[in-house]
Design a protein around this ligand. Structure first.
Ligand SMILES: O=c1[nH]c(=O)c2nc[nH]c2[nH]1
Ligand SMILES: [Zn+2]
Length: 464
């Protein structure tokens, strides 16, 4: 190796076995008998054929005997990226799925979210949601919190403590006619957003960032949307919100913002569509609106469990991809009842099949395409694809060590299968019992470190 190719960091771990990931060119790349080295900064230093062991060990200075060999039914895949999840709503996940969106928000969501003023309640729920999502392989999560700044900061702290990569948003809403005590004044929303951003950035958590979070157009005045657009721009921050989820909501936005050409135009007008924006849902976007997403670089988060559970609609993913709009998957807990991204993968495939039932010419998504949406697609949608999403040299090692044949797991391996079949079985049948280890930026975050003192964190709120 030439001097200029020499690594500039020491190797901390080397793994040998099957690696499965996506690239821009191919939805599924299966790399068998590979060596992947992780440096002391948690970055991928090399990924090369196993036959190169001697050369790699010499040039990177590690001992071949220190290589961790995966077992026959094991493989590594990139960590799952949840591009849209409401952390406080985890407290009622799996219930309250009997109403459409606007009624559901008033009956269940706003009353529950208003309880997050209570920091002990927030600590309990936020610890549980971070633990649950990590165990299910979510290495990156884009979270909505609530309007409460201190509880939102606590969510950032808990994600950092457990080692999850996270975008965290303090929710902004200065309009709420139904649950009157769950809203802010315009001034509070602006000031508290600025405090949230400043305090979270000041913590210097390596993997946790603030995201500007207008709840959705019906919860915000035009004045607030404009102020949030300016705050995001001045601080070069991510933005998240909801768009075109349900027909009644789209109609309401037309009434509230009569001067705008479309729902997308409302956000565009207030500078909320940027290449660091992710909008959940988009079931009813027109082609012209998708073109505006493409032009601005804004992304969509497809949340199929939520779309079905709240009877909202079905996203035509094929059309979104045709418009070259960045797209990831989201659980949208608790409109979506499952916090697992494996469920999001299955529901995305189901939804695509329903569209094919309705129109046999519709080109159903393949499991390979949905695998890409759940990993590289999500990282791209969150503009984090320079850091995570696949196993490219220089990216952080965010990975799941999957064992399809885990003892007492949900999958019976009847015969010896190749890696593509093993991946398909895991995506369709697997759960957290198959996820032996989870890594974020090279750090093993599952199983949880005993130093996290988890029992006391979730019961009485220790572990500041
Ligand atoms: O699925 C959703 N969950 C929410 O909490 C929400 N708020 C506005 N729009 C929303 N959609
Ligand atoms: Zn949502």
């Amino acid at each position: 190796m030439a001097n200029s190719d020499r690594p500039n960091a020491d190797i901390s771990h080397v793994y040998r076995g099957t690696f499965i990931h996506s690239t821009q060119q191919t939805a599924l790349q299966i790399l068998e008998d590979q060596l992947l080295g992780v440096d002391t900064h948690g970055k991928i230093a090399f990924i090369e054929k196993g036959a190169e062991l001697n050369r790699l060990s010499q040039s990177f200075g590690f001992s071949p005997s220190a290589v961790t060999q995966l077992a026959q039914h094991e493989f590594f895949m990139p960590g799952l990226v949840d591009t849209h999840i409401h952390a406080p709503q985890y407290s009622y996940a799996g219930t309250a799925l009997d109403m459409p969106l606007l009624q559901w928000l008033n009956a269940y969501t706003f009353p529950v979210e208003s309880r997050f003023k209570d920091l002990e309640f927030a600590r309990r729920v936020y610890t549980q949601v971070v633990q649950r999502t990590l165990r299910n392989g979510t290495t990156t999560a884009c979270y909505f919190a609530t309007i409460h700044t201190d509880a939102s900061l606590l969510l950032g702290q808990i994600a950092n403590d457990f080692g999850q990569r996270a975008l965290v948003g303090k929710v902004c809403m200065d309009r709420n006619n139904c649950v009157k005590h769950y809203k802010e004044t315009n001034q509070e929303s602006q000031e508290e957003t600025c405090r949230f951003i400043a305090e979270l950035l000041n913590k210097k958590y390596p993997l946790v960032r603030p995201v500007v979070t207008p709840r959705f157009a019906p919860s915000c005045t035009g004045a607030l949307l404009g102020q949030l657009g300016a705050i995001a721009k001045n601080n070069n921050l991510h933005i998240q919100s909801h768009i075109s989820e349900n027909a009644e909501e789209v109609k309401l936005v037309k009434e509230l913002f009569p001067e705008s050409e479309s729902y997308t135009d409302v956000y565009h007008k207030y500078n909320l569509l940027t290449d660091k924006t992710v909008m959940a849902h988009g079931c009813y976007l027109s082609d012209a609106e998708l073109a505006l997403f493409r032009e601005t670089g804004a992304a969509l988060s497809h949340c199929p469990n939520s779309n079905i559970s709240l009877c909202s609609g079905m996203l035509d993913v094929r059309n979104v991809l045709k418009h070259k709009v960045k797209l990831g998957l989201g659980t949208d807990v608790a409109g979506g009842y499952s916090a697992s991204m494996l469920d999001a993968v299955r529901r995305a495939l189901d939804t695509s099949k329903v569209l094919t039932i309705q129109d046999p010419d519709y080109q159903t998504l393949t499991f390979e395409e949905v695998f890409r949406l759940a990993t590289l697609g999500g990282s791209h949608a969150l503009s984090l694809d320079d850091q995570t999403g696949n196993f490219e040299v220089g990216k952080d090692f965010d990975a799941l060590r999957v064992n399809v044949a885990a003892a007492d797991g949900p999958i019976d391996m009847i015969q010896c299968e190749g890696p593509k079949v093993i991946l398909e079985k895991f995506l369709n049948l697997g759960d957290d019992r198959n996820i032996a280890e989870v890594f974020v930026a090279g750090r093993k975050v599952v199983p949880f470190s005993p130093s996290l003192n988890i029992a006391s964190m979730s019961v009485s709120g220790a572990g500041s």
